[in-house]
Design a binder for this molecule. Sequence first.
Ligand code: GDP
Length: 425
Amino acid sequence: MVRAIVGANWGDEGKGKITDMLARESDIIIRFQGGSNAGHTIINNYGRFALHLLPSGVFYDHTVSIIGNGVALNVPYLNNELEDLVSRGVPKPRILVSDRAQLMMPYHVLFDQYEEERLGGKSFGSTKSGIAPFYSDKYAKIGFQVSELFAPETLKEKVERVCEKKNVMLEHLYHKPLLNPDEIFETMMGYREMIEPYVCDVSAYLSGALKAGKKILLEGQLGSLKDPDHGIYPMVTSSSTLAAFGAIGAGIPPYEITQITAVVKAYSSAVGGGAFVSEIFGGEADELRRRGGDKGEYGVTTGRPRRVGWFDAVASRYGCRIQGATEAVLTVLDVLGYLDELTLCVGYEIDGEVVKDFPVTHKLEKAKPVYKTMPGWKCDIRGIRKYEDLPAACRAYIEEIEREICVPITMVSNGPGRDEIIMRG
Ligand code: GDP
């Protein structure tokens, strides 16, 4: 049985917390896309952790954590993240890395920085983790698979060829120091040493695990609106953030993914540029940002303040639909207890017309929010474990969101901790 945990919004919905929680009952947890460019915050009995590359299942000793072929694998980063966990008292997790995962090269990170510099104010708001250059190279067929580290003769030749191409750009477009292929080859041999104990034919392993009836979680990074096809292109990430891609990025049959858990945030937050219809500003935004998440709304990887706004029903309904959500988890609801009134964006006004379907980017940029308000519950709901014990105004807000997104809300998260969850019947 495979369950995908994916974001319905712009990312930072709290997928890490939900994955960590559901991993207790699972055997295998897989990252299937993205890289170290976004983080998951997890708070459990070992402390507070910001994971970037490791799946959020690494805190249990009964689970196997997998880096799937769809991931942008930054080997030294993975190594550091593992060492950090162990140094903080977490038992060394069991890790497998797909032999078909591709390597984040040091020059991918450099190219990301150089391109942002070149674009200046017109940049895409990249986290400069090398993600766009990495996926560009993968699909241009000049990336490096983990498997290639174990065929050093052909690898050496390929490194030379790739450097030749990269150096033209470095010299003539970016005016930066050139790459030395011998140095890069040596670095890659270092990667080989670090990664060797974990390398595995992951799709074969998972095929066996599925036959044996193991419970598998797919952990998505970012959310629907950052998907390169279905999101707010071009202000998107470079790998698919959708549950459907889980089959490809892990190497399993698509029909095995029977449960798609969309994580929906009780208000909106986003990092980077792009249209954000229900965004709020000024003091109102500062207050929500300060109270948001577990330590305010600041990026886990970059520390950048996140943009914040009211719940956007148009974007969230689309986000759930494009994920194929079979259920939704509503997160960070506790944060909203200070408001006299809740504001929900229930439509977009575009050129004088109100639309309910999430539009393509050029129309989205013209959209103005159509709001409706509901009374606040004006109290702290943390610690509540039963749905019926929530204040009536709070339940009304949840049920209104459920109607808007057209997906049953099966869980409500009312705090960052592992056990701060309300299950609905
Ligand atoms: P992810 O990338 O989707 O895993 O999300 P992040 O970890 O980047 O951001 C979610 C933030 O919200 C983290 O700081 C979490 O600790 C926090 N969080 C998750 N669920 C809840 C919740 O129900 N209530 C509160 N207050 N914080 C939460």
